[in-house]
Write a protein that binds this ligand. Structure first.
Ligand SMILES: O=C(O)CCC(=O)/C=C/C=C(\O)C(=O)O
Length: 289
């Protein structure tokens, strides 16, 4: 797999912001990379140990090289951001926090690239604050809701939730084996990074379980409201996604007026990682035209 080598590091781009959400102060971690007149925010998924950097490190450099500023926000409950118990819509919580972060950075409008939960959260912001959102790239996510074809919760989500409850390298490998289409590309380094991230913040793991107990439907079904989204939207899915089924992408492309859908064959839930070079070219072409 040839991807553009990163010339920047996580540590050198690591930043923190103290934000207020519904009367609660949160310290949010983000990575701020590159400079340019346009900004792309990348939002990670809900897996244990997920962070902006862990999810998107194969996707940063091409955007920076093309002259974009790239911001990777760790959602509350992940990475180096504060932990939280979410009893309502996590999609809307993440959207509110991102809105506050953009306000603190003086960014009036950004493009958002959301993976899974990050896609749900990007759509939530487009619904809450449409003026904030330029173009949307949704991959493996964008709305909750029930699949007419796949049993829910999917096998991947069951493994994800089991990993939160029993964070072991064995359970991590079981989840990741379902996560991607070709698990031969998963490295021991990637496993170790994810395990280290997970075990460094057991409060995140415990609070995710408490959040599910308080509200099993963390990601609402935005289906009836998709028609109000005016942002040009690129939807990308893996045909072999065993976490959020591909028919969710069909619901999104049917609902969002200015949208198109690309399906990668031989691809699971992590298109931006599994097919990074083509994914990056597709995203750049979408943003630039
Ligand atoms: O439950 C949903 O609809 C969202 C699932 C989700 O966000 C899973 C994402 C997992 C990762 O991105 C990861 O483990 O890196």
């Amino acid at each position: 797999m040839t991807t553009t080598p990163l010339t920047i590091t996580e540590a050198s781009t690591s930043r923190f912001a103290r934000l207020l959400d519904e009367g609660r102060e949160l310290q949010i971690h983000y990575n701020d990379i590159g400079q340019g007149p346009q900004t792309v925010v990348m939002l990670h998924g809900s897996g244990p140990g997920a962070t902006g950097w862990a999810n998107f490190h194969r996707n940063i450099q091409p955007l920076v090289d093309a002259g974009y500023r790239v911001i990777l926000m760790d959602c509350p409950g992940w990475g180096k951001s504060d932990s939280i118990v979410c009893t309502g819509s996590r999609s809307d919580l993440n959207a509110r926090v991102l809105d506050r972060l953009l306000e603190s950075l003086g960014l009036e409008q950004v493009h958002i690239l959301g993976n899974s939960m990050g896609g749900h959260s990007a759509v939530a912001l487009a619904l809450q604050q449409p003026q904030r959102v330029g173009k949307l790239v949704l991959m493996g996510g964008g709305t909750g809701g029930v699949s007419p074809y796949a049993p829910m919760p999917t096998e991947g989500i069951k493994l994800l939730q089991g990993l939160y409850r029993d964070p072991s390298i064995e359970n991590l490998k079981k989840m990741m084996a379902v996560f991607v289409f070709d698990s031969s590309d998963l490295t021991e380094e990637l496993f170790q990074t994810r395990l280290d991230n997970m075990l460094a913040r057991r409060d995140h793991l415990e609070n995710f379980v408490k959040s599910l107990e308080a509200n099993p439907r963390q990601f609402p079904d935005f289906g009836p409201r998709l028609g109000s989204i005016q942002s040009p939207t690129l939807i990308i899915w893996g045909r072999n996604d065993r976490f959020v089924p591909m028919d969710t992408g069909l619901r999104l492309v049917a609902g969002i007026p200015q949208s198109e859908l690309h399906v990668f064959n031989h691809c699971g839930h992590w298109a931006q990682w599994e097919h990074a070079p083509r994914f990056n070219r597709m995203v750049l072409d979408f943003l630039q035209h």
